[in-house]
Design a binder for this molecule. Structure first.
Ligand SMILES: Cc1cc2nc3c(=O)[nH]c(=O)nc-3n(C[C@H](O)[C@H](O)[C@H](O)COP(=O)(O)OP(=O)(O)OC[C@H]3O[C@@H](n4cnc5c(N)ncnc54)[C@H](O)[C@@H]3O)c2cc1C
Length: 399
């Protein structure tokens, strides 16, 4: 009976003998020590998948990384790289600039200092490609042009001890298990153009705008003096109904309002930023990470940092043999931040545009040591909002 689960192989000048047991593989090198060697497959070479692969090789696992296109081909992102939890390393390649200030527009404009924040604008394609090359050097089997579908998903699961699904939203696993409908209502919906124009006035800075007309925000994230991602995001339905059909028209209005309608459009893309952690993240031997797990920020939709963190945590959970604790562990790390963001959104949604504007003016004035004049007359409610905003801002590292 043992013979059925025993494999002999000769690779790299070494004879190995592998006993296959349910859920893991024990490898015994001839004359060597008894070792655990796990085989993991990672679906998707986005931040979640790359982080999972990196953690896998770091822990001595056999890693296969499957990407449906070329690495970096299907990125939909404004490329703002914000890292309040300090989980990201700075890329060696693909860093455009450190964001020194945010210009908030809510009626008037308020310039906020972000020098203390871990916030950069990146070139994600360059960053992801550099990471992938490094992974290949470290022995990861990178397969570009490999799309995982419902039909090859089952064989993948059989072939590997564990599969990390970092395929974004909706995740491949969600189609197989029928929960793909979960994402849309709990996601921010985003639409963006890459525009050619003069953005030199924003040098080292970004712009974020709020409007009275929709629940969401507008952004200008320059890539350089002449190119920027200009986009709009609607909050998820967790904060009220929304009309997705008009998102492109609203974006056009914002672009007009910013005097950018004469600029050339280089690209257009849109998508969902899933901002509610799925109730279940482990399906047999498959673990969801990143957008697939619903980990984008409910406040701004950013998800590079949380994708990275979860990819890493998923593999760490496998290595510890504690995958049943993976979701709990993620919630311990991310829950407090998401909770604070949720409170901020609820204040924003319930208080209305003018209150938000007063709050921004007050916080800016307070941060500059100029007193709290704009917050006067003070109500308890406003004080609370100010406190929450400041807490969040300070947590991000802003001054
Ligand atoms: C318009 C827009 C702007 C955004 N701007 C920002 C921002 O400025 N900052 C920020 O932090 N976040 C931003 N986000 C969110 C951010 O892009 C995501 O949270 C982040 O990319 C999630 O990483 P991920 O690895 O989970 O998924 P993804 O980055 O989506 O990566 C998934 C990978 O899997 C591959 N794949 C998919 N299906 C398959 C399959 N079947 N088989 C094999 N491979 C597959 C894809 O090609 C892709 O490479 C934005 C999102 C949108 C829609």
């Amino acid at each position: 009976m043992l013979q059925n689960v025993l494999e002999l192989s000769y690779k790299g000048g070494r004879l190995s003998c592998t006993y296959r047991l349910p859920g893991d593989v024990i490898k015994k090198r001839a004359g060597g020590l008894l070792q655990m060697k796990q085989k993991i497959a990672v679906i998707g070479a986005g931040p979640a998948g790359l982080a999972a692969a990196l953690e896998g090789v770091r822990r001595g696992m056999e890693v296969t990384l499957l990407e449906k296109g070329e690495v970096g081909e299907f990125i939909r992102c404004a490329e703002g790289y914000i890292d309040p939890l300090r989980v990201l390393d700075l890329p060696e390649e693909g860093l455009r600039f450190k964001v020194e200030s945010i210009c908030f527009r809510a009626g008037k404009e308020y310039e906020l200092d972000t020098r203390g924040m871990r916030l950069w604008i990146t070139d994600r394609r360059a960053w992801q490609r550099q990471m992938a090359e490094e992974l290949v050097r470290q022995g990861v089997d990178l397969r570009e042009g490999w799309r995982i579908t419902r039909s090859n998903y089952t064989s993948l699961r059989r072939e590997y001890d564990w599969v990390i699904d970092g395929s974004g939203v909706p995740a491949v696993t969600s189609y197989v298990h029928g929960f793909h409908d979960f994402y849309l209502p709990h996601s921010l919906a985003a639409a963006q153009y890459i525009i050619k124009d003069d953005f030199s006035h924003l040098r080292e800075g970004i712009k974020v705008g709020l409007s009275q007309e929709y629940r969401g925000y507008f952004w200008i994230f320059p890539q350089d003096d002449t190119t920027a991602s200009v986009g709009i995001a609607y909050l998820s339905e967790d904060y009220g109904p929304r009309e997705l059909n008009d998102i492109w028209a609203r974006l056009e209005q914002e672009i007009d309002g910013e005097g950018l309608s004469g600029g050339g459009i280089l690209a257009r893309s849109g998508g969902l930023c899933p901002a509610k952690m799925l109730p279940r993240l482990v399906w047999d031997n498959v673990i969801l990470a990143g957008d697939a797990a619903g980990l984008a920020s409910p406040l701004h939709g950013g998800g590079i940092d949380t994708a990275f963190l979860s990819g890493r945590e998923a593999v760490a959970a496998i290595a510890r043999g504690r995958t049943e604790n993976y979701r709990k562990r993620l919630w311990e790390i991310l829950g407090p931040r998401f909770g604070l963001e949720d409170q901020l959104i609820r204040y924003w949604v319930s208080s209305g545009f003018h209150e938000v504007e007063r709050l921004l003016a007050g916080v800016k004035s307070f941060c500059r040591g100029e007193g709290i004049g704009p917050l006067l007359p003070l109500s308890r409610d406003l004080l609370q909002k100010g406190y929450h905003f400041l807490r969040y801002w300070r947590k991000l590292g802003g001054s």
